[in-house]
Design a protein around this ligand. Structure first.
Ligand SMILES: C[S@@+](CC[C@H](N)C(=O)[O-])C[C@H]1O[C@@H](n2cnc3c(N)ncnc32)[C@H](O)[C@@H]1O
Length: 255
């Protein structure tokens, strides 16, 4: 399995096939990373959200891991071109679940369109590895494709998933044949779903998961709160917290 062949084409393919939808989903819970110091971007790929995230995280160290050297090189070039201090980033060419990150190192984990790359057994092992690297107060942002529970949206998503997995399998040798939901694995690792926002008729899902010690401090930033009343596709566990302007923006429906 390698995304190397896709790396030079990833940006324009995403722009043509999805416009800005994936990027809007990636940034949904960005505010929940405020104040985090050690952030792990697993399956960082070409690093589309790195400049924007890094800009809001002065003093944080961003560890970026990917199995594709070509994707990783693009991510590194992106932050270099954007003029960031290279000392803020660490780029690691490694594959999960074989890579063992340092135990309890990170207070935030970001996985964008990464967990959906795994077949069930590998996903279990990969989530366990990442959870082992997370501290007791870690926030984990998960953005992925999803399949809605029923109706035309479900049929549409099933069709898109079938097409997508077939194409990725062909182009990269991706082992997964379909989506495996990570929710049960995250719960088993001690994470609680604090906010979920779906978009594009349920095809895209952005989640904010937190470990127990992070829950109180993160409620405002990681809850759809009042946005839930404006949008049927925003789900919040906590419902009555005050939002800053940034947090409101982060919780806006992205369809
Ligand atoms: C669909 S791309 C998503 C890239 C990026 N996170 C984004 O939001 O566009 C998945 C990325 O995960 C990487 N990847 C897939 N399986 C992996 C594994 N087992 N270990 C590490 N990286 C992996 C691929 O090389 C690729 O760059």
């Amino acid at each position: 399995m390698s995304f190397d062949r896709l790396a030079p084409h990833y940006d324009w393919l995403e722009a043509v096939l999805a416009g800005s939808r994936l990027h809007r989903a990636r940034r949904t819970w960005r505010a929940a990373l405020a104040g985090r110091k050690e952030i792990l971007f697993a399956g960082v790929g070409h690093g589309p959200s790195l400049p924007e995230f890094a800009r809001g995280l002065p003093g944080a160290r961003l560890t970026c891991v990917d199995a594709s050297a070509a994707m990783l090189a693009r991510a590194e070039r992106l932050v270099h071109t954007a003029g960031f201090d290279p000392a803020q980033f660490r780029f690691l060419h490694a594959a999960l679940p074989q890579w063992t990150p340092p135990a309890a190192r990170f207070d935030a984990v970001v996985t964008d369109f990464f967990l959906d790359c795994f077949a069930p057994e590998q996903l279990t092992a990969a989530v366990a590895r990442l959870a082992g690297a997370a501290r007791p107060e870690t926030v984990w942002l998960v953005t992925d494709f999803a399949i809605p529970p029923a109706g035309a949206a479900r049929w549409r998503a099933q069709f898109v998933h079938a097409l997508m997995y077939a194409c990725f399998r062909c182009a990269t040798g991706l082992p997964a044949r379909r989506l495996t939901e990570p929710d049960a694995l995250l719960r088993a690792a001690g994470f609680t779903l604090r906010g979920r926002q779906t978009s594009n008729w349920g095809l895209l899902r952005a989640d904010c998961w937190v470990r127990a010690a992070a829950q109180d401090s993160l409620r405002p930033a990681c809850s759809a709160g009042s946005a839930a009343s404006r949008s049927s596709n925003a789900v919040s566990v906590a419902s009555s917290f005050a939002f800053s302007r940034e947090e409101k923006w982060a919780a806006m429906p992205s369809r």
